[in-house]
Ligand binder design. Structure first.
Ligand SMILES: Nc1nc2c(c(=O)[nH]1)N[C@H]1C(S)=C(S)[C@@H](COP(=O)(O)OP(=O)(O)OC[C@H]3O[C@@H](n4cnc5c(=O)[nH]c(N)nc54)[C@H](O)[C@@H]3O)O[C@H]1N2
Ligand SMILES: Nc1nc2c(c(=O)[nH]1)N[C@H]1C(S)=C(S)[C@@H](COP(=O)(O)OP(=O)(O)OC[C@H]3O[C@@H](n4cnc5c(=O)[nH]c(N)nc54)[C@H](O)[C@@H]3O)O[C@H]1N2
Ligand SMILES: [Mo]
Length: 782
């Protein structure tokens, strides 16, 4: 590629973000507008954050090392997050990184490196930061890894045991086309929030959800939504606002009506499921003396018993799809909601029929409902990790705080390794992890923390070695996902900013210092890798009999269109012939009762779905002290913490703070007015947020989305007030259950009061103090 190609001689270049395909308009070395792809039916407003993101003040301008680490050497330190940084050159940085990696591996072994490095980074198959860091660490002999995701921690472990898979539920879900043509009644737990369908991991060229829901209604179908937020469903529909965290009780009551009125499909339960009898003992109260009746569920959820009876009858009368958003499993006992959702759909007997059955994640991401492509994706090989140690991803603080301690996971007893080095590229634990005070204490433990990021995120500030990465806008890549017809040429829009580098080039240089450069690069430049990965992928498509352009043709045209499977029905083959198309469960069928899970003997996850009272809920003891239920859901105005400084995200802030929505009655009781700043607190921490009074939020519930950059008033205090509104200073770091130990960030109890003190400045986007060495001695800047 020539320099002219890299800087973008043409005014607009095709590019891809996790929230949609666009053309980048460039002026003065930055992207000044992101114009949505013409083929996108409903582009995401999050595109508005891209303008100005390259030359933003929060960018890391060059390699930097924490002063305390540079002066005292590796070791535990509470200076992380408040120390100054020293600016170093690339050669010095490469040398420091290589020496420290060598020291840790030689003295403590590869399992002492935590390389889980969770995070979304950017779209693009080759420069994908997680693939790069994993390949790099594997080249050095491996690392302690992480399993599953913050998105689907509970689902990822429980659903393979129930239906034999977790990813097929979204990647091979019943398509929107089939739903809009066949579904009579869509019953959605968690709604179908359009704000979330803007996003897809790896990118997306179209957003069809809004259109599909409208088409379903036009055909005469109807939608019933359960959510504490009115706007989790767009357009007409029947809305119920339950007490948060009580969906399993509601689903049990719906099942109870089906069972007691003989509306359940016994023959489907016999032919395609195991363990219904065992579950029914519990449902009817024969095993525990408590019938899960609509009256029982009304006490728990606040939804009227008569309404539940009527809904259960309607569900049995037509073609019904039961959907559960991912948020419902990102809570304590999160394994239960998807398991009970499948069980309810199995009782209706429509799993595998057009427009009926079960869905998981409609409205959580764009992917569910989109037709899959039949080809493998171009993928950077990650090599082999010989280290056996791993943790469930959200156990990162547990691991760092408890080296050598045993823990339960999915029927196994594992041990936390003793981590000396934490290596992160493409994620932000201060965004994704719960109980930030505890996280900060955990991050004080290892000898060395390395972070690659384009921006001075709170995680970069807590690092010892800070590596400035390019953003995707500064490099060429290929993007595609398993549920989008387009393979897209991501042209570089601008030159790399300041002294930043592609992660690939950093890893290649450190690998070379350690004598394994060739093993890491296989002798290819980035451009050669793109052509190589394209060539491999092209081979699969050619074998399928389709025409595929050469790399150069593809690059000039901007994208290639692939075949997709439009009429997919989740578990359709299994329904037609369960003997020849069994599920990958021990029985080959849907496991309403799992003998394996039952055999683990966990107190917090039994052998069939059941109701557990969570700690963080409005009817529990904790609510006496903290009487509001905070929903920490995904932000409407950005992806996670990414580009929180962008125009769409900043446009929603109130006096610089993240907006918090509260019902008028709850606001009145606390003398809060629209536009006030409030202190949100519990016994774990506190943050400031901007008050938005809104009756689309249920009484007793407040909503504060994730993603405001952590901004401690006193950076040296792990429990400091966050002045910007990061809800993870409040959330519990407990794990869904002993089965999955998934993330529980969605729910937390809090109290709120008006904040009348002087408003602290927002400093989250200001770089830390950086000492630049000069011949005359150190010079401070920030
Ligand atoms: N309370 C609460 N917490 C939650 C959730 C919740 O519901 N409630 N949801 C959880 C969920 S589902 C998720 S997925 C997580 C998301 O958590 P993360 O994925 O960790 O969040 P992001 O903000 O996307 O972090 C990505 C980081 O990668 C950086 N980056 C982008 N491109 C590149 C690149 O090319 N190279 C490098 N080196 N870095 C790059 C970005 O600047 C950013 O800092 O949050 C979880 N946290
Ligand atoms: N705009 C935008 N879209 C995104 C993301 C983003 O950061 N920004 N992140 C993406 C990622 S990584 C993921 S994993 C998905 C996550 O997808 P989800 O986890 O499904 O998304 P959330 O927005 O956290 O939650 C969906 C809705 O569930 C509702 N809800 C919460 N608790 C309860 C409850 O107890 N009962 C009921 N009935 N409803 C409840 C909330 O009101 C919320 O709006 O979103 C993706 N989409
Ligand atoms: Mo996620």
């Amino acid at each position: 590629m020539t320099d002219a190609d890299r800087t973008g001689a043409a005014a607009r270049r095709p590019h891809m973000s996790h929230w949609g395909m666009f053309e980048a308009e460039v002026a003065d070395g930055d992207v000044v507008a992101a114009h949505p792809f013409v083929g996108d039916a409903d582009p995401s407003p999050v595109l508005g954050n891209i303008a100005g993101s390259v030359r933003n003040k929060a960018r890391i301008t060059g390699p930097a090392v924490r002063r305390g680490w540079l002066e005292n050497g590796p070791g535990p330190s509470s200076g992380r997050g408040c120390d100054e940084f020293v600016s170093v050159g690339w050669e010095e940085l490469t040398e420091l990184l290589a020496n420290e990696l060598r020291r840790v591996v030689e003295r403590h072994g590869n399992s002492a490196i935590y390389g889980g490095s969770y995070g979304w980074a950017s779209a693009g198959r080759f420069h994908h930061a997680q693939s790069q860091v994993h390949r790099f660490l594997n080249t050095l002999g491996g690392y302690t890894r992480s399993a599953h995701s913050y998105s689907l921690g509970a689902t990822g472990v429980v659903m393979p045991r129930v239906v034999g898979t977790h990813w097929k539920m979204f990647a091979r879900s019943t398509s929107w086309k089939i739903i809009s043509e066949h579904t009579d009644l869509l019953v959605c737990f968690g709604g179908v929030p359009l704000k979330n369908t803007g996003v897809n991991h790896g990118g997306t060229s179209d957003h069809p959800t809004r259109g599909a829901l409208d088409a379903l209604r036009q055909r005469g179908g109807s939608i019933v939504s359960f959510s504490p937020l009115h706007d989790d469903l767009h357009g007409a529909g029947e809305r119920h606002a339950p007490v948060p965290g009580t969906d399993v009780a509601i689903m049990l009551a719906l099942g109870y009506v089906l069972a007691t009125e003989g509306l359940h499909d016994s023959s489907f339960l016999d032919s395609h499921c195991v363990g219904y009898d065992r579950f029914e003992e519990y449902l009817l109260g024969r095993s525990d003396g408590v019938p899960k009746s609509p009256e029982w569920a009304e006490q728990i959820s606040g939804i009227g018993a008569a309404e539940l009876v009527a809904l259960a009858r309607r569900m049995a009368a037509g073609r019904t799809m039961v959907t559960v958003t991912w948020s419902l499993q990102r809570v304590r006992y999160g394994e239960q909601a998807p398991w009970m959702g499948v069980t309810l759909a199995a009782m209706l007997g429509q799993i595998g029929l057009p427009g009926g059955g079960f869905g998981h994640g409609y409205g959580s991401m764009n992917e569910p409902g989109l037709a899959p492509v039949p080809y493998p994706l171009p993928t950077l090989p990650q090599g082999i990790n010989p280290v056996r140690d791993f943790i469930p991803v959200s156990a990162v603080s547990d691991m760092l705080l408890n080296p050598g301690a045993p823990f339960d996971y999915d029927g196994r007893r594992l041990t936390y390794p003793d981590i000396r080095m934490v290596y992160w590229a493409g994620g932000n634990p201060f965004h994704h992890h719960q109980d930030i005070g505890r996280l900060r204490r955990a991050l004080a433990r290892p000898d060395t923390i390395v972070v690659h990021d384009p921006y001075w995120t709170p995680m970069a500030r807590h690092a010892d070695v800070v590596v400035p990465s390019t953003t995707s806008l500064e490099r060429a890549d290929i993007s595609c996902t398993r549920n989008d017809p387009l393979l897209v040429a991501m042209h570089a829009a601008v030159e790399p900013y300041a002294d930043s580098r592609d992660d690939y080039d950093t890893f290649a240089a450190v690998a070379a210092k350690l004598g394994v450069g060739e093993k890491f690069t296989e002798g290819r430049s980035s451009q050669q890798w793109l052509e190589h990965l394209y060539g491999q992928w092209r081979g699969h498509v050619l074998a399928d009999g389709a025409r595929v352009p050469s790399f150069d043709e593809f690059w000039n045209r901007g994208h290639v269109r692939m075949r997709t499977e439009e009429d997919l029905i989740l578990f359709g083959d299994f329904r037609t012939d369960p003997v020849n198309n069994p599920l990958s469960t021990p029985s080959g069928r849907i496991e309403i009762f799992s003998a394996d899970i039952d055999g683990f003997g966990y107190e917090d996850c039994a052998g069939h779905p059941r109701w557990y009272e969570p700690e963080e809920w409005l009817s529990g003891a904790r609510a006496q002290q903290f009487p509001l239920h905070l929903i920490a859901n995904q932000p409407r105005t950005r992806l996670h913490s990414q580009l929180d400084h962008g125009a769409t995200s900043q446009g929603s802030k109130i006096r610089g703070r993240e907006p918090l929505r509260i019902h008028p009655d709850d606001a009145a009781g606390r003398a809060l007015e629209d536009g006030d700043v409030a202190r949100v607190f519990n016994d774990r921490g506190a943050c400031l947020a901007g008050v938005v009074i809104d009756d689309s939020v249920r009484r007793g519930v407040v909503q504060l989305s994730t993603g405001a950059w952590y901004d401690p008033l006193d950076a040296s205090d792990p429990d400091s007030l966050c002045v910007h509104g990061n809800p993870n200073v409040l959330t519990p770091d407990v794990g869904t259950s002993s089965l999955a130990r998934g993330c529980t960030g969605q729910h937390v109890l809090v109290e709120i009061e008006r904040y009348d003190g002087d408003l602290p400045q927002i400093r989250a986007f200001d770089p830390p103090t950086i000492i630049r060495r000069s011949a005359a001695g150190p010079v401070r800047s920030n």
